[in-house]
Design a protein around this ligand. Structure first.
Ligand SMILES: Nc1ncnc2c1ncn2[C@@H]1O[C@H](COP(=O)(O)OP(=O)(O)OP(=O)(O)O)[C@@H](O)[C@H]1O
Ligand SMILES: [Mg+2]
Length: 302
């Protein structure tokens, strides 16, 4: 049975996707059979994992620009957009069966799993159609939050670990992610970027989680990961306070804010841990990964 880690925070831009991708890469490289599920219409990071070369070549860019110049109206823009989409550069659906189908018909899950360019790492791709699927789930009556849980029950013997990345908005998609964390040992990881504003988001996230735990009696664990950490007094004080309130619920390792290496890896279509460049933030993720692996080993017993 696989262990599920669900990366969740209703606040945007706190490092959910960065964390989810590095976990998926690091664990699969360590030999754990890993399934990555982006439950986010933005599907950020998906193109880094998939084999397709999504880079728009210089010639593509010129062609797109020429089409646009030809038409100079909405049609031109649409044509350019379609050209980008056909090269997999937008979030339009590219796979015949993907997460949208799984959330509607869980039995289709095996058809929606694809190999990534990394060994031991599979993905259920997402697309911007997920916004519509969210609406569909809200309107469909019967247990709409349990679709992903049902789907994963068909495949969780094929994997050691399942990693779910979420959109920043609370939706029936995020409910599905939370409900899929239904076995002992499954963990919700809340990446937390400390600033006086985002701390309000933390309160709200924790309140929601507690409500969900009460309603669904889910046996998952919740742990906070300090991300995008800046060296200043507000950060230090808040982290001390959080560690004091939740001594066992904050990962030891903190992830520093260091834009350049993160940006460079993304530009080169690489995951930070894969990037040959050494950096502080990469070291932070390496150490965080060790913490996760210890946790995983104790739960899987190998
Ligand atoms: N440790 C870091 N240092 C500097 N920049 C970072 C770090 N982690 C992530 N970033 C950058 O910050 C931005 C937000 O990160 P990311 O996409 O992982 O957040 P997110 O929580 O998934 O956002 P969303 O809510 O939109 O899905 C990205 O541009 C990413 O490259
Ligand atoms: Mg994200």
């Amino acid at each position: 049975m696989a262990i599920t880690y669900n990366i969740l925070n209703r606040k945007g831009g706190v490092g959910k996707t960065e964390t989810a991708l590095n976990m998926a890469y690091g664990l699969s490289q360590a030999g754990y059979k890993t399934l990555f599920i982006p439950l986010d219409p933005q599907a950020n990071g998906q193109s880094t994992l998939l084999k397709d070369d999504n880079e728009v070549s210089e010639q593509d860019a010129i062609n797109i620009r020429e089409w646009y110049d030809e038409c100079k109206d909405a049609n031109g823009i649409l044509k350019s957009y379609k050209a980008l989409a056909s090269r997999g550069f937008t979030k339009e659906r590219k796979y015949q069966t993907d997460i949208n189908d799984v959330l509607k018909k869980p039995i289709l899950v095996k058809d929606a799993i694809y190999k990534t360019k990394y060994p031991n790492l599979d993905i259920i791709p997402a697309s911007d159609e997920l916004s519509m699927t969210d609406g569909f789930l809200k309107l469909s009556g019967k247990n709409p939050s349990a679709k992903l849980r049902t789907a994963l029950s068909y495949v969780d013997n094929d994997y050691d670990v399942i990693i779910i990345d979420n959109s920043p908005f609370e939706s029936s998609l995020t409910y599905n992610g939370v409900c899929a964390c239904c076995h002992e040992g499954d963990t919700i990881i809340v990446p937390l970027n400390i600033s006086d504003r985002s701390i309000n988001g933390l309160g709200a996230t924790i309140e929601i989680l507690i409500e969900w735990i009460k309603e669904e009696r889910l046996p998952y664990d919740v742990k906070l990961l300090i991300t995008l950490k800046q060296r200043n007094k507000i950060n230090e004080e808040w982290i001390k306070t959080l560690r004091h309130i939740f001594p066992e619920r904050v990962f030891k390792q903190e992830i520093r804010f260091q834009g350049k290496p993160v940006e460079l890896a993304a530009l080169n279509n690489r995951i930070l841990l894969e990037d040959p460049l050494t950096s502080g933030v990469k070291e932070d993720y390496q150490k965080f990964l060790h913490e996760i692996m210890e946790d995983l080993q104790s739960k899987l017993g190998h």
